[in-house]
Design a protein around this ligand. Sequence first.
Ligand code: UDP
Length: 237
Amino acid sequence: MEKREALYAGKAKSVYTTDDPDRMVMVFRDDTSAFDGKKVEQLDRKGKVNNKFNAFIMQKLEAAGIPTHFEALLSDTESLVKRLDMMPIECVVRNVAAGSLCRRLGIEEGLDLIPPTFEMFLKNDALGDPMVNESHIATFGWAEPEHIETAKALTFKTNDVLKTLFDDAGLLLVDYKLEFGLYQGQVVLGDEFSPDGCRLWDKQTRTKMDKDRFRQGLGGVIEAYEEVGHRLGIDFD
Ligand code: UDP
């Protein structure tokens, strides 16, 4: 597989075309950003850790019947993925209250959410990724209603798979964000799943082991990601 030209560079990953028009190379960089890109730092080993973390989770999801864009690890920081036509929507499921839910609704952090909530956000940094609903998405043509229905069902199915996986590793899956796209007409999970896009707390101590360590300046960011990975049995070397 030959890596060709840079297609897109996001805040933490870059994407390259390949000699196959249906495949791309996703490169995980050490860049770490928060608050819609207002806080940016380089964290040693992050690209490698997130690339291998993502590969592990995507393979678990695929095995559970959730279609993903992941194809293969190419190197420490590169993965081969299917080229999707992305929907500009972030799908968020929450099992425990944290982050923007607490800020918006005045809910105490740590409250169990039964049933888990589902929210969608428009990917638009300039607008601060505003929350949107099915009606906005249909009216403004951001995605087809049936594709959003499928994305929602797959986001909840992901919860069933990952809640158990993390629970077995002594971790609480507090919340997470997924992004979907279309591949040959099918809704497929794209982007990444790593501690950058979810919240994971130690089950016993409720210690934060995700990107909130970076957002809140708690330190030990990559050490926490690696600890999560080791508990899941991921080999980072
Ligand atoms: N999230 C993300 N990218 C974003 C916004 C949120 O990956 O642009 C993830 C975040 O890490 C958390 C979940 O989505 O796991 C819910 O985030 P929330 O709405 O609480 O926003 P935040 O407090 O992170 O601003």
